[in-house]
Design a binder for this molecule. Structure first.
Ligand code: ZN
Length: 449
């Protein structure tokens, strides 16, 4: 078993045509389940005059109404408390509570049954196995075990694989680094922001070279960083380890993974999820490669609170080539490229914050921390990038090249502000580096009138 390249050799190499038949069967099953057991879903589908017998092909699925996060927030005021009427099982069968982080509004509660938890860890097993986790690994989890799902299911999956799992919960960053050093952990899972933070603390506060630790692989999630080549390179060089991307979400599950071949993208777990990519402007489903749109996703086996055609707002694109690892699960190129909410127009130009990160992290003389502020002091947008200069690096070495690269990659001119190393905010989980203050400046001006 430990010699196999794949966690599930049958599913991961299923020819695309068979995979599609499998997805259709599973979609019919979960759609029927939601239709029969959730009042919320039944109303939604009755209003759209669609029912399970209408789904005869994958193309029919496009007529099934999407579910938005805001709809899930609204139902939480209904019975049964606290989840509302999308719950498909008796409350007594719910064995786990999690909630979304609430970065885009009031958190959404997520109930799971024990069967759902087993499903979560099965999804994560595909992720970890493909990234080379094996029973001999000692896996350190440096995250706060709490109401957010974060790496909880990664923990269970690592146990399921037979790895030795070390929960580095209520420890500060220095204590975590010391524990990794003491027990010679070989792998860890964290957000890219926190991986870089750990490297910084080890190097500058503790005098420990992170590459001297025994970590040889790192699984990143929660932010796009491991899919941004310059950020991935920073993490890999700091720890002397392979860094792999993964994407999942509380309401969805662990739907994608970068395999050990590091194809500059992630496989969609198409045996457990149905991913559709929708054009941001026309709403049409995109089948061709290289054209970004937002992801509409169905978790094909999640039962307590089903995820059927969920409008995730993650922006992704299909890759034109299959992966060299032999998996038939399709690749999305560059991982999650951004959020439909974050992709915004500045001075009339479409801007993705990930493009700025790629530029900043490609400069060796700049620190990991940076901030982007967009505002509108008069009638024109202004975009300011704040960066940290590393000790011994002069502003004149960087400024001209940075300005050129930013213009080349994003078609915008920036105000650039330089700060001393260590002056910009540090984050423990997900970073908040992009600040769009334009609506505020508008309100401010109107209030002043
Ligand atoms: Zn692969």
């Amino acid at each position: 078993m430990t010699d196999s390249l794949y966690w599930n050799p049958l599913l991961e190499t299923l020819p695309l045509e068979k995979l599609k038949q499998f997805q259709l069967k599973k979609f019919q099953r979960i759609f029927t389940w939601a239709y029969d057991h959730s009042k919320f879903h039944r109303h939604l589908y009755d209003d759209a005059r669609i029912c399970p017998s209408d789904i005869r092909s994958l193309a029919d699925i496009r007529h099934v109404p999407k579910v938005e996060k805001s709809m899930m927030r609204e139902i939480q005021n209904k019975d049964p408390f606290p989840y509302g009427d999308a719950l498909c099982v008796p409350l007594a069968e719910v064995s786990a509570f999690r909630q979304t982080s609430g970065t885009t509004g009031q958190p959404v509660y997520q109930p799971d049954t024990w069967q759902d938890w087993e499903w979560w860890s099965e999804c994560w097993s595909f992720v970890l196995w493909s990234q080379g986790y094996r029973p001999k690994d000692r896996v350190f989890l440096p995250f706060g075990y709490n109401i957010f799902v974060a790496f909880w299911a990664g923990h269970y999956a690592a146990e399921k694989l037979g790895c030795e799992v070390v929960p580095g919960g209520v420890l500060d960053t220095q204590a975590r680094i010391l524990k990794i050093q003491e027990i010679k952990a070989t792998a860890m899972m964290a957000t890219p922001t926190y991986i870089l933070r750990m490297a910084e603390v080890a190097k500058h506060k503790m005098g420990i070279d992170p590459s001297s630790l025994s970590i040889d692989k790192i699984t990143c999630a929660g932010e796009p960083g491991a899919g941004i080549p310059a950020t991935k390179k920073r993490m890999e060089e700091a720890f002397g380890a392979k860094v792999y991307d993964h994407s999942g979400a509380t309401e969805i599950g662990a739907w994608s993974y970068e395999c050990s071949h590091q194809p500059l993208g992630m496989h969609v777990n198409e045996a457990m999820f149905l991913v559709e990519i929708e054009d941001l402007e026309t709403g049409k489903i995109i089948e061709e490669a290289g054209k970004p749109g937002k992801m509409v996703i169905t978790a094909l086996d999640r039962m307590a609170q089903p995820c059927v055609r969920f409008d995730s707002k993650d922006v992704i694109q299909w890759d034109k080539d299959p992966c060299t690892c032999g998996r038939s699960f399709r690749l999305i190129r560059g991982g999650v490229i951004g959020r439909a909410d974050d992709i915004t127009k500045v001075k009339g130009v479409l801007l993705s914050p990930a493009a700025i990160e790629e530029v900043v992290r490609s400069f060796d003389g700049l620190g990991d921390a940076y901030e982007v502020v967009v505002d509108r002091p008069g009638d024109v947008d202004r975009i300011v990038l704040k960066v940290e200069l590393l000790t011994g690096v002069s502003r004149s070495d960087i400024e001209g090249k940075l300005r050129d690269q930013l213009r080349l990659k994003t078609n915008l001119g920036y105000g650039i502000e330089f700060f001393g190393y260590g002056s910009l905010p540090r984050y423990k989980l997900k970073a908040k580096r992009f600040k769009d203050l334009r609506e505020k400046s508008l309100l401010h001006r109107e209030a002043g009138r």
